[in-house]
Write a protein that binds this ligand. Sequence first.
Ligand SMILES: [Zn+2]
Length: 87
Amino acid sequence: MRTLPLFQTGPATTNFQECCACGKTLMRVVDMVHIINGGNDVLHPDDEPLYEPDAGDCGCFPIGADCARRLGMQWTFLAPRYRQGVI
Ligand SMILES: [Zn+2]
């Protein structure tokens, strides 16, 4: 199961209108990350089926475009409203 260390002390913010990595206000939520291990790591979207939620599961939070690029887009997934076929 692939994980990527992202945070020292958990998400910068858990406000859904802000980037979880830097706290910048987002005009729209497009890219999301799944934050696990108590807020320290990002779970690779392809490994979602391998992950068994535990006490360290923080859930999914929006990430800004700049931070998503810095992280690597492969670690992010589209917010449900932007997925094809979802209205
Ligand atoms: Zn950011």
